[in-house]
Design a protein around this ligand. Structure first.
Ligand code: C5P
Length: 228
């Protein structure tokens, strides 16, 4: 396996839960867009050699101008899975390891990026950062009535970047869609699990949270202000 590492950034979402009229990845946070923060943290990681960003098709020029010549910008698709598939299709032949990192996680420490990449370079076919769950988790029915309490001891919240051996991710995306039990797959590791390939975990970082709701933007602003 080649030790060249590429990072793919799906940034083509509309971000409806966040509100506002611009694509989510262009939302400003401390004077820079979410996607710029994501690209900066990936290029700050010592193990990343190439960055490819999947942008909304109508915004390619805006993204390319913001990110500069060192970053490849391509058109994403209707769903996140389509955006990642389009990005991995343009990676250099020489890339052996692929990290997939959401544009919506602008405070992810570069050290976490390196930890994920190092675990794949060290032999794991797929690696994801995870956190323990703090809240109690309930299963509910379609009218919102509690069915049961789920043991959180065996559950983890999953972050990005998720790291993969390139051949494993290519195969997962070639076959990708539904898991064996018919549950829609919402992350890249889910596609790899469906292949039966083991997925390993590394400790995630609380700052690597996903900016989804307006309150997340406020939290990210506050953390960036403290960091600077
Ligand atoms: O919507 P959600 O927060 O789960 O999106 C996760 C990431 O996937 C975001 O960075 C978003 O821009 C990206 N995405 C994409 N293409 C889509 C939908 C989402 O690249 N069609």
């Amino acid at each position: 396996m080649s030790d060249r590492v590429a990072a793919v950034v799906p940034a083509a979402g509309r971000g409806e839960r966040l509100g506002g009229s611009v694509p989510k990845a262009l939302r400003a946070l401390a004077g820079r867009s979410l996607v710029q923060h994501a690209v900066d943290l990936l290029t700050s990681a010592t193990l990343v050699d190439q960055v490819v960003v999947a942008a909304p098709a109508a915004e390619l020029e805006t993204f390319a101008a913001l990110l500069g010549p060192g970053v490849r910008v391509i058109a994403g698709g209707a769903e996140r899975i389509d955006s990642v598939r389009a990005a991995i299709a343009v990676l250099d032949e020489t890339v052996g390891v692929v990290l997939v990192h959401d544009a919506a996680r602008p405070l992810t420490p570069p050290a976490l990026v390196d930890a994920v990449a190092a675990a794949v370079l060290g032999g794991a076919p797929a690696v994801i950062p995870v956190l323990a769950i703090n809240d109690t988790i309930k299963q509910v029915d379609d009218v919102g009535r509690v069915v049961r309490t789920v043991s959180r001891d065996v559950l983890r919240a999953v972050q990005t970047p998720q790291g993969f051996r390139r051949d494993v991710l290519d195969e997962a995306y070639r076959l990708g869609g539904m898991s064996a039990d018919g549950v829609a797959i919402t992350d890249d590791a889910g596609l790899v699990e469906a292949l039966g390939v083991p997925v390993m975990t590394v400790p995630g970082a609380p700052e690597a949270f996903k900016v989804t709701r307006p309150v997340d933007l406020l939290l990210a602003e506050a953390l960036l202000a403290r960091r600077d």
